[in-house]
Structure formats: structure tokens, C-alpha cells
Design a binder for this molecule. Sequence first.
Ligand code: GAL
Length: 688
Amino acid sequence: MGTWQGEIHGTWQGDRGHGTWQGDRGHGTWQGDRIAFGADYNPEQWPEQTWATDVELMRRAGVNLVSVGIFSWALLEPTPGRYEFGWLDRVLALLHDGGIDVDLATATASPPPWLAHRHPGTLPRRADQTVLWPGARQAYCPSSPVFRQHSLALVEAVATRYTDHPAVVMWHVGNELGCHNAHCYCDVSAEAFRGWLLARYGDLDSLNDAWGTAFWSQRYHDWAEINPPRTAPTFVNPTQQLDFARFSSDEHRAQLRAERSVLDRLVRQPVTTNFMIGTGSKYLDYHSWADDVDLVANDHYLTAADPESHVGLALAADQTRGVARGAPWLLMEHSTSAVNWQPRNLAKAPGQLRRNSLAHLARGADGILFFQWRASLAGAEKFHSAMLPHAGPETKVFREVCRLGADLRALAEVRGSRVDAEVAILFDWEAWWGAELDAHPSVDVDYGDRLRACYDALWRAGVTADVVHPSTDLAGYRLVLVPTLYLVRDADAEALHRYVERGGTTLVTYFSGIVDEHDHVRPGGYPGAFRDLLGVRTEEFFPLAVGERVNLDDGGTADVWTELLHPLGAEVLAGYADGPLPGVPAITRHQLGDGAAWYVGTRLDRAATTRLLTRLLTDAGVRPAADAPPGVEVVRRRRDEQSWLFVVNHTDEAATLAGTGTELLTGHPCTGELTVAPGEVAVLREHP
Ligand code: GAL
């Protein structure tokens, strides 16, 4: 290339910018000497005079990384094959001169209007064949070869032009792939689905067996007869639905891989894309995507309807670290205050922006970015908060942004360290898809419900968990929680069995181990795959009516679910006092080899869940990161002998904990006792 030399005021001499975010490909090898801090920056929404002010204010706030060009396709390629990079050249030069690094988008997130106008077949269709038209964003079918061809041409053009640009330290593929177009049911997708099925099953007999097509006269004799699970008179074949979910995740992943293979030819900076990991994001199996990015990046937004949204945040962060297999990750987007897409968009209280950001950092993030830098004046997101609000820099939000920038500078040394966790929670998108298929015993079984209930109890106990795929090596954990793992593969169930035999402790919750990877029931009694592990056998489910509650003989209550369970070697810890199954066991413990496997066959209330988890933590010898008052979040990051204790005080009262070292946000030494003011955060570099 070399076209950049001299164009950027002679500042570029072929070095790699600030030397940050460079390095080997592969998880956790993202290099940088600072904690990343910044936002999506959409300068094309503003007159050029504003850009210099932006850079000046970014510098004031301590911003060091911005994602540029995410929704710029229609400007960069106004007509097919004609590229206009002038404005982007000027923005990147300004940012570079201001010392701000760029995570440059491949700009493929949303196709320009001309694509659908010329190629209407690129538009996605719902299950009932409704077309999703352009006018919003992401209106493309992920299997469309036409979309693929045009998007890759754009990636090629952008990467060729900016490969050696000194501002560019990272590449950002698309944006939240599959956010609005996760599933497409059009004819192009149908053809691609058939190809995917052929690769998976090889022949029609295998597919017919896997899909159980002997049922309801569904046997296929020709591949051409197979379609996506389109709107049908009644329940569509569940394995067809499950395979379509797998296929759809793979199609979006294929777009990521295709873009990355263009980048791999042309650029040397690390490549990522922003995932949407959290209990609200069901459709993409990010465990299978993790190897396609050089560092895992995630977007997270608080759920206003969640009264403990800071606990939901912690769970999403721990899930993200699980996808990153423990390596540091990047928070690519969150909000400084309200979003605009929930029914009621709650603004953040003073201090909440900081607590949220530092809680992500505590749980393994090495960078904190927001959507977006400057609040839009037009378009569907004009009421979404930003680092720089409509009201300008003299605002609560901008002051808090500047404070956070200073905090992150003070915390630079934690970069690259890892989070301590002695507990694992098994989490799997396939199990989620399976558990929530239709025609099940009760619509009240929600995959994320027990996950969150167990997680809440751990959070309240100050215990950090890695939320990991069921195939993860469990040997290093003292306790493994298995919430609603409806679908489980033989090998993963066997690995859990071995883990317990060798001294591990596990807790399995109801509606787990029920089916194999084809969604076929495991016969002989529930919970099929875990029957021997748990030493129990359930002969029939007894789901409860709406609002119905049952009492347990240990004082707890439960709802949603009961089951006719027989102990087969397990000790009974509690049974039903009433309801449809009085006297039947509800909570059991099975001594197996050197370990123990606990089972809960119902949906315990919060107090009973807490009691159970407290017993389990004691049984397994798990300790909190620190002894802290209720409502105070404690997490430890560690590198070799050095550790940092993060303390996030979510309460209205000062919190005092034991601690010795240096508190990094104030620089104060701490000799024995650490006090954290209401709503504040402390990060203690602990003396080894
Ligand atoms: C994300 C998206 C951003 C912006 C943001 C608003 O899903 O990646 O572009 O729309 O939500 O919260």
C-alpha cells in the first residue's frame, strides 16, 4: 500500500501506531499497555467541524479506542463498486493525530438500500414468508450469496485501503451478527439448510432417524422435500427446529469467517466482532464462534425490568469470560445511561455508570466501551444515551465519563490478569434451544431461570463462577452447577460423572439430562443422562398449574414443577409436604465415589435456593472472594502472585472489609481494613 505515508501529516513512519492491541492471534494475546476506553464513533452523522471537537473531548475524557465505520456501507459504497473513502481518511487522520486508536469496522453491518433494490432476493423472510424490508438495519438473508459477494468486496476494499493505517489497531467484523436477522426462512436459506443437513447427516435415512420422521407421516424421500421450519398447522418437528437453530447460528458464523478470511490475507491487526452474550440472547451459539475471533468482545445492556440488573450484568460478564475460556475480553458496548429500545428506558443513577463499568472490569474485561460517543440528533437511536449527551459536556454523564477515564488509567496494571473462580456453571445454547421448544410439559420452564437463581445465590454469597460450556474440563472446580441442562451429549454427561467420582460436587436442577443431541428422550426414567450420577429415577413429571405452590417438609416452597421421583441410592434431603406428590422426594444427595451429586426436582423459592446453595458451598469448601456485607460485590483478579480485589458497593451504606495493600483508585494504602463509601468502588492491589 504505502498510500498513507505523508498523508497523515507525516506522523506515520510505518510503525504500528501506539503499539497497542497488537500481537499474536489467539485468545488473550491482545496486547496493549492501557485499558481500552471509548465507544462506537459515528462521525458521518455530524458535520466535519464537529470532529475536531469530538477528538478534543475524547482526549479530555481519556478515550483511547473508538469503533468507526460500523454503519457506513451506504456512504462508503454509494453505488456498487464505487468507493468513497475521503471522509473516513480524514476522520482516521484526526483520530490518529489525537492519539486515539481505531477499531475499524468492515462496515458490512447493514447493507445500503441499493442492494435490496437491485437484488430483492437478499431480503430475509420470516417463518410465514413475510419479507423484512430495508429501512431499519440488517435486512439481509445470512445465506444469500449475493449479500456475501457484495459484503466481501467491501471488506476487501476497506482492508486494502486501511491495512497499514497507523490509527487502526483492531478490526470489527459486521456488528452484532444475527441481532435482527437471526433466522431467515426464504428459499435461498432453504437450499442452504439442505446443504447443511447433507453435510451433517450424509444420507436421508440418518436424517429421518435423527428427526424421528416416523412420527406424523413426516418421512422424507428426497432432499428437495425438506424446508426450514416454516409456519405450519401445528407444532413443527422439534429436531428440525433444533437443527435449523444450529444451521442459523452457523450461517452467521460463516459470514464472520468469510470476512475474517479476507482480513487474514490483508491485515495484521487482531480481528473481533461484538457478541451479544447474556440471558436475553438466545440464537447464536457463541461457544462455537470463540475460535473465530482473536479476542472475545461483548455488548451488554441492563434490563430495566430486572430489579437486580447489576446481578444480571455480572452473570453476562461471567458468561462472556466463559466463552473466552477465561481470557480477558473486551466490553465493546454498554450504555452510559438509558437505552431507547426497552418499553421504559431507565436512566442510570449517579455512580451507576462507574459501578457497571468496573463490575465488567472486575469480571475479566480489559476494555470498557460504550454505544456511542456522541448522542445522535436524528434516527431511531436519538434518545439513546451516549458518552457525550445532547446537553453537551457540562452534564452528569460526561463528568462521570471523565471520572471513569481517570479510573481506568489508574487500573492499567490489572490488564491481562485473570479472574479467580472455584465454581463452574454449565451453560449451553443448544440446551437452551432444546429446553424451550414447543409442546413441552410446561410453558413455565424457562432455560435461564434456574441459571439465574443459582447465580443470584452465588452472587449474594460473594462467590465468583465461571459460566462454561458442558465440555469444559471441570477438574479444577470445587463445585459444578447444572441448571436445566435439558439436552446433553453423552460425553459431557460422562465427564460430569467422572468429575464427581473423583471428588467433585455437583448440583443438577430439574428438566436436565432429558434428551440427547437429536432431542430424543433418554428412556428408562428421568433425568436420563444423569440418573446414575444422581442416584434417582423419575417416572413421571407433575408440572404445577399457574400460580400453584407446594410446601416442602424442610420449610421451603416451590412452584412450576414437581416430579414422581424415586431415590436409587441417593439420600433424601427434603420432600413435598403437599401438592400433587406428598411424601415424594424433592431434594436429594448422592454420594458417588469421592464426591457428591445433588438434585432438585422442583423450582425452589429464593430463600430455599439460597439455603441449598449455602449448604453446597460449605460441602464443597468454596469460600467467597472476601467476607463482605450484603449487596457488596467482591471479585478477585490475579496474575501470578499478584492479586487485585474489586469491591463494588451497591448499597446506600459504607461497607467495611478486611484488606491489606494499596487501593488503586485513590492511591491510599490500606492496612487491615478497607472502607468503601455507598455506591462507590474500590480496587485493592493485595500484598502477596
Ligand atoms: C446494539 C448495537 C448498537 C446500538 C445499541 C443500542 O445492539 O450494536 O449499534 O444499536 O445496541 O443499545
